[in-house]
Write a protein that binds this ligand. Sequence first.
Ligand code: NAD
Ligand code: DAU
Length: 349
Amino acid sequence: MKILITGGAGFIGSHVVRLFVNKYPNYQIYNLDKLTYAGNLENLTDIEHKENYSFLKGDITDAAYLDEIFGNYKFDAVIHLAAESHVDRSIADPLAFVQTNVIGTVNLLLAVKKHWADDLEKHLFYHISTDEVYGSLGEDGLFTEETPYDPRSPYSASKASSDHFVRAWYHTYGLPVKISNCSNNYGPNHFPEKLIPLAINNIKNERPVPVYGKGENVRDWLYVLDHARAIDVIFHNGKVGDTYNIGGINEWKNLDLIELLCDVMDEKLGREKGHSRKLITFVKDRAGHDLRYAIDSSKLVNELGWKPSVTFEEGLSKTVDWYLENNEWLEHVTSGNYTHYYEEQYTNR
Ligand code: NAD
Ligand code: DAU
């Protein structure tokens, strides 16, 4: 089977690519990525020479490029992760999110409609989405697959739009599709603009740790490898046309999470307990900041037998260890040096 994974040089995509390349040596995995600021081939150095892995540098907003690669490689399935993914950036530059998340997704759907037309039913388009499409919860309740869409940020509006287009292709053209909506991921290779890696980097360097508003917003955190495992299970066993919610059953208020992280890092760095908490700095709140996300993933658990395998204590400890051990990765990402890796490793071959 030939699988096109988009966004495979990013945070979650790199874990999905690695899992598929290692677990399924008979599959040919093609990683299509534009290598934006968030795409980093240093995330995949351990598998880049495997025979069943290929990297394709390209932009999903480029319809002619997609037409060319779908014609050349004859993919059997697509797992679509490529996206602009950071809410704060979407507030500053919404159009970039419309371009990649909406137009880019529709371009992919047009390419599959054209290239899979003769035997559409033998193919699969699996779209990776977010719980943010459901909006914001109050103190109680969980997002289910039936929760009406209510996106509130430019990021979540663009992801909701892409979900609708994927479903439209299922209903209108009969394209076999699957969609999953996941909660907040954390773990190795997370770009240090997002809360957990940003806080780890700042605590390590004794810099202020910005907490938006009063730190009362709640997120449901899932270790990234558990998300990759869920994607594997849904890709192979999920029902065509269905949606699956994926969550960690692991809700944390931002301030509680940051305090815990400070304590974990004080212990690992041999600092006095309470030292890093002094770095916590309350800053202006995010515009339109969703109060609470929490996912009911019982459909995935009951129908497909998936459940999170890593506890938050374990996952956070592993994540902190990874960032402390991978100074070079962090230094390259924060300095921008990682962008040279593609030129060095790929263009001179
Ligand atoms: P990321 O920002 O780390 O990675 C995105 C990847 O997409 C990068 O490698 C980037 O280079 C690539 N990309 C961006 N624009 C592109 C384009 N026009 N053409 C080709 N490639 C392009 O994102 P992530 O956190 O790994 O998220 C991956 C997917 O999972 C996204 O669709 C996101 O909406 C979804 N998701 C993320 C989370 C989370 O907590 N991070 C949770 C649920 C769902
Ligand atoms: O829920 C899934 C979503 O989770 C994904 O779809 C997104 O791609 C991903 O970025 C993430 O979105 P969030 O906005 O929840 O993640 P972020 O790490 O940016 O912020 C987590 C919480 O922490 C949120 O309430 C905002 C807050 N925050 C964030 C940053 C970067 C801070 O308090 N300080 C910060 O510096």
